[in-house]
Structure formats: structure tokens, C-alpha cells
Design a protein around this ligand. Structure first.
Ligand code: E4P
Length: 216
């Protein structure tokens, strides 16, 4: 399973990139706004860190024509740009045209298997089911991922599933067990995935035992 980092924070992206654990980046308007920097310079800063790894940038238009214009501008930033398009009828129209133009798309704000099926039929490169937001309203988000993965396998759709809105390490584990293509993970959850108390205790014990080794 690929791991993307779900942030627009350059320091977090650099730290995860340097550990070699990320295969791409996803952002959204909320994450971009948290950085308090102009969009263009922020995106260039991120791209200078991740090189050719894919980065999803979201359009803010609601009409297909305007989404397409925005997407075309964004895609000029580099070959690694993936354009995030919201799951609406206008979004589907935009996806179909953009994919025909060779622009990669990430259909976002997917909350049902039927939405994912339609996005795949429109030819989207990625679909992003938001599992944490479903958990928040007492639905099991991971069931949605299972259903989408089954549908895509049943019909050999090439669209990849990005498990999104991840809140904790178990979400990542479950996504991997289901066989999702990608999990997009906040930096905090990457840190949680790294740590294990027995690893810390083990290091402490090895270091204290090492002190007992005669120096000569
Ligand atoms: C995915 O691409 C989105 O940026 C993200 O996962 C949304 O997560 P949230 O529900 O924590 O805002």
C-alpha cells in the first residue's frame, strides 16, 4: 500500500520524506489555509521537497468549465500534479474531460460506494473516500472502503482508492488489510505508527546493558 501524507505543512512533508515512508502528498483548501502562505509559493516549496512524487491540489470552482480551467492551470505546475475534483455531477463532467486531456484527477469527498463507482466510470485516477468523517457520524467508514475495493476488483476499474480522513493508526492497518491502493495519513498518525512502547523499552535496556560491557 502506498502512503501519502495528508498535509500542506512543508516541515511535516520534509520529515516524512526524509524517512522514506511517503509516496505522495494530498492537500485540501483547509490544509492549505492553515499554512498562512500564498498558494503558489507554498506549492512550489512542497514540490521542491517531494520532487516527482504526486501531490493532490483541489479546485475551488463548482462548474465543470471553471474546474477544467483551474485544473489546467494547476497541472502546468508539474507532471506530478493530481487535481482534486469534488464528487458532483459537474465534477464528473470535469473528470471525464480532464482525464481525456491526460490530467490526473482525484475525486474527493466520496461518502458512498455508488459515488465511487460513478467516479471510476468517469475515468478518475483516484477516488478519496473520507472514512473519519463517516466514523464521526456513527457510520463505519472502513466498510465503505471494503465496498469500493470490491467493486473496483469486480470490474477491473483502474482508479485507485485513497483512504482519506484517517484519524488513527488502526485506520491505516485496516486499509492495508483490505488492500486499498493508498492511505493518506496526517503527520501525527505517521508518528503514532512509528512508535511502540516495547521498542522504547528495548532501546533503553540495550543502552543500559551496554554500559556494563567492560571497556578494556
Ligand atoms: C483527503 O485528501 C483529505 O485532505 C483529508 O483526508 C480530509 O480529512 P479530514 O476529514 O480529517 O479533514
Amino acid at each position: 500500500m502506498k502512503i501519502f501524507i495528508d498535509t500542506a505543512n512543508p516541515d511535516e512533508i520534509r520529515k516524512a520524506y526524509e524517512m522514506g515512508v511517503i509516496d505522495g502528498v494530498t492537500t485540501n483548501p483547509t490544509l492549505i489555509s492553515k499554512e498562512g502562505k500564498p498558494f503558489d509559493s507554498l506549492v512550489h516549496e512542497i514540490c521542491s521537497i517531494i520532487g516527482k512524487l504526486p501531490i493532490s491540489l483541489e479546485v475551488i470552482s463548482l462548474k465543470a468549465e471553471e474546474m477544467i480551467e483551474e485544473a489546467q492551470k494547476l497541472s502546468k505546475i508539474g507532471e506530478n500534479i493530481v487535481v482534486k475534483i469534488p464528487m458532483t455531477s459537474e465534477g464528473l463532467k470535469a473528470v471525464k474531460i480532464l482525464v481525456g486531456q491526460g490530467i490526473k484527477t482525484n475525486t474527493t469527498l466520496v461518502f458512498s460506494p455508488a459515488q465511487a463507482l460513478l467516479a471510476a466510470k468517469a475515468g478518475t485516477t483516484y477516488v478519496s473516500p473520507f472514512i473519519g468523517r463517516l466514523d464521526d457520524i456513527s457510520q463505519t467508514g472502513m466498510e465503505l472502503v471494503e465496498q469500493i475495493v470490491t467493486i473496483f476488483e469486480n470490474y477491473q476499474f483502474e482508479s485507485q482508492v485513497i483512504v482519506s480522513s484517517i484519524r488513527h493508526p488502526v485506520h491505516v492497518l485496516e486499509a492495508a488489510l483490505i488492500g486499498a491502493d493508498v492511505a493518506t495519513v496526517p503527520y501525527k498518525v505517521i508518528e503514532q505508527l512509528i512508535r511502540h512502547p516495547l521498542t522504547d523499552i528495548g532501546i533503553e535496556r540495550f543502552l543500559s546493558d551496554w554500559k556494563k560491557v567492560p571497556k578494556k
